[in-house]
Design a protein around this ligand. Structure first.
Ligand code: AMP
Length: 404
């Protein structure tokens, strides 16, 4: 806990400096204050006027289709209460309104469990029902709604959502009406909450990812990336993503991805980029509340580095530093063979496979040095010595980022 507070202060100081320098370039920063809800900061994303324009658009579209009957609008609590209220103010024809209540979000991460807390309204048989949702993302809640109404014998069933995360949506049901498509950002305000706070805000705010720190640990197999990541994630409260560990987990659980990856890993070859990049994206997206990430074993190719930059940019995040742990090949081979005896990892027990991994590194991964040097983000750390000494060297680099 003590460490976390220290880190937050440290990085807040760093951010404050950056914000201060940005102020001279961009005076509008002053008029866009950050807000704090629980432990997170959020920055303005949509103004009240933008939201109301989107609400009006949906209301007008629905009105065109239902002007000759009296539809029942069913709001999905709690998030949709503001949307329902403003929608009805813009709906010009006779209509009824009711609510259902489901629960699926806890904190920033969807739990995947959808419960019905308030059931479908009575006497809707033969009527046109239009569901009013605040936001559609993965489509899990929507699937449950469709299921809830499937046995009600309504005349017509439609979905109208104020916000729609189309790139995240993977449901089968086509969204009938939506106010605005938005990227995959965690948002609060106008009915939407972060752990129940923020619903009363008139505007919509997005999670401020600028506070994050994201580090790539770079280096040949056996350089100590995994060991050091273990210490850094504790010190800086970061989420450690080791692509090698995720592959091994999948191999152990005999998943499709595991079966595919095994053939490459056993030979000491890289798993194809298409598989690895998708897996990495899923790992990042399933941790939206992380303070930042340590990427260990990713990227290993230029295509992966570009994909990582794109992923970061799409989430308003960035890689702050790439830190290379350097050590001599013969030292590394000795370390890996020793590690193989302890862990039983088959790719660590065969010198031919190890040398092949080094070959892959020299050919495909080493060029990334130039990629990150061109961005001014490449740092080298001597990976030979006692483990705590190496950890100290890494701390020095990470702490120096705040002065940058
Ligand atoms: P590691 O535990 O990082 O040494 O990774 C073990 C093995 O997993 C590697 O030799 C590759 O076969 C595979 N692997 C891990 N990360 C990646 C990646 N970013 N791209 C392709 N293959 C990877």
């Amino acid at each position: 806990m003590g460490t976390k507070i220290r880190l937050n202060l440290r990085f807040r100081g760093w951010r404050a400096k950056k914000e201060k320098s940005k102020r001279y370039l961009c005076p509008s920063v002053k008029t866009q204050p950050l807000i704090t809800l629980h432990d997170k900061q959020f920055k303005p994303y949509l103004s009240e006027a933008q939201i109301l324009a989107a609400v009006k658009k949906v209301a007008e579209e629905v009105a065109r289709d239902y002007k000759d009957e009296v539809p029942i609008f069913v709001g999905v609590l709690n998030g949709a209460f503001m949307f329902v209220s403003d929608f009805l103010k813009h709906y010009p024809h006779p209509c009824e309104v009711s609510f259902v209540k489901l629960s699926s979000y806890q904190g920033l991460t969807s739990t995947g469990i959808v419960e019905t807390l308030l059931d479908v309204p009575a006497n809707i048989k033969g009527r046109s029902v239009i569901i009013l949702e605040d936001i559609i993302d993965t489509g899990r809640t929507l699937q449950e709604l469709v299921h809830l109404f499937s046995s009600t014998h309504v005349k017509d069933f439609k979905i109208a959502s104020l916000f729609y995360k189309s790139e995240l949506y993977n449901g089968e049901y086509t969204i009938d009406y939506f106010g605005m498509e938005i990227p995959d950002k965690f948002i609060v305000g106008y009915g939407l909450d972060y752990m129940e706070l923020g619903r009363n805000l008139r505007a919509v705010y997005q999670l401020n990812q600028q506070q994050m720190i994201n580090i790539v640990l770079f280096g040949k197999p056996g350089a100590g990336k995994g060991t050091q990541a273990g210490f850094l994630k504790e010190e800086y409260k970061l989420k450690h993503i080791s692509t090698g560990d995720v592959f091994r987990y999948n191999i152990k659980n005999n998943t499709e991805m595991g079966k595919l990856a095994k053939s490459y890993i056993d030979k000491g070859e890289l798993v194809p980029d298409s598989v690895t990049i998708k897996m990495l994206r899923d790992e990042v997206e399933s941790n939206p509340d992380a303070n930042g990430f340590i990427f260990d074993g990713f990227p290993r190719t230029t295509a992966q580095a570009k994909a990582l930059d794109d992923l970061m940019a799409s989430k308003d995040m960035q890689i702050n530093a790439t830190i290379a742990l350097e050590a001599d090949d013969e030292v590394l081979i000795e370390r890996i063979l020793e590690r193989g005896k302890q862990s039983g990892r088959s790719d660590d027990q065969d010198e031919k496979s190890i040398r092949n991994r080094f070959g892959e590194y020299n050919e495909k991964t080493a060029p990334l040095r130039e990629y990150y040097e061109a961005q001014g983000k490449f740092h080298v750390v001597n990976g030979i010595g006692a483990i705590p000494e190496i950890t100290q060297r890494l701390h020095k680099v990470i702490n120096s980022l705040q002065e940058a």
